[in-house]
Design a binder for this molecule. Structure first.
Ligand SMILES: Nc1ncnc2c1ncn2[C@@H]1O[C@H](COP(=O)(O)OP(=O)(O)OP(=O)(O)O)[C@@H](O)[C@H]1O
Length: 232
């Protein structure tokens, strides 16, 4: 089967600092993948490159058989690390933008998610807390029926109870024909959701393994594996 995402020998430097170091992997349709690693390991750099927010990198990337560009933006619904809202905008303004921009946007699903998170889309972003803004944007991103859903730290800014609600919402609202890629450093909260994990360490792939393989054959939890790889 042709890979949905193919990343080949991708490196990115920020001056002397290493963002990514010769990263290669392929993702097949329908996988649920965790991109895991501690702060500064390269998760956001990878997500930004895949979503054309960083253009100067080395290596080759194909998404759905095509180089990054108009098509990859069409097939990837992306939740960035930090919401990009203007304080003077209301939720409903951005919701309407999504309706106009994305043919695959499911308005009814979005309204349901906002109501589940108890978010009033008529509020201005300056009236929303960080967690509310994250939930608002997550509702928009999860409402696109895109081939690929890519979430950069979706639970980073919310309290532990809200984390579980968000993870359940992600799992309940992704379609089986979608591919889900989630980056996080909060391993213990997310380990139940993935089929496969890719660990990044100092910008390089330190482990790329099926979760069943880790659990059944190596008899370890992802958290134990994480501690082993990162020596924590
Ligand atoms: N704009 C930048 N300028 C210089 N260095 C950067 C820049 N962005 C990232 N880096 C460096 O690249 C490396 C990877 O950072 P990145 O943000 O991709 O990590 P991360 O795994 O997403 O971290 P976190 O979990 O803290 O979000 C770090 O060493 C970081 O200091």
């Amino acid at each position: 089967m042709e890979s949905l995402i193919k990343v080949e020998n991708v490196s990115k430097r920020y001056g002397k600092r290493v963002g990514l170091d010769d990263v290669s992997f392929s993702i097949q349709p329908g996988e649920i993948i965790g991109i895991l690693g501690p702060n500064g390991s390269g998760k956001t750099t990878l997500m930004k490159i895949l979503n054309t927010l960083i253009a100067d990198y080395d290596g080759k990337i194909l998404v759905d058989g095509q180089p990054l560009g108009v098509h990859s933006k069409e097939v990837i619904s992306f939740l960035p690390d930090e919401p990009y809202f203007e304080k003077g905008q209301r939720g409903i303004d951005v919701l309407n933008m999504f309706v106009d921009l994305y043919k695959d946007f499911d308005y009814n699903r979005c309204i349901q998610l906002l109501s589940k998170f108890d978010i009033d889309s008529h509020l201005y972003f300056r009236q929303m807390s960080k967690g509310m803004k994250e939930k608002f944007l997550l509702s928009l991103v999860m409402s696109r029926r895109a081939k690929i859903i890519m979430l950069d730290e979706p639970i980073g800014g919310v309290d532990p109870v809200a984390r579980d609600v968000i993870l359940d919402t992600i799992l309940e609202n992704y379609d089986e024909n979608q591919t889900l890629i989630v980056s996080t450093h909060l391993i213990s909260d997310v380990e139940r959701i993935f089929n496969r994990v890719i660990f990044l360490k100092e910008g390089a792939v330190a482990l790329d393994q099926e979760v069943d393989d880790i659990r059944i054959h190596q008899r370890k939890s992802i958290e134990e594996m994480f501690k082993e790889v990162y020596g924590k």
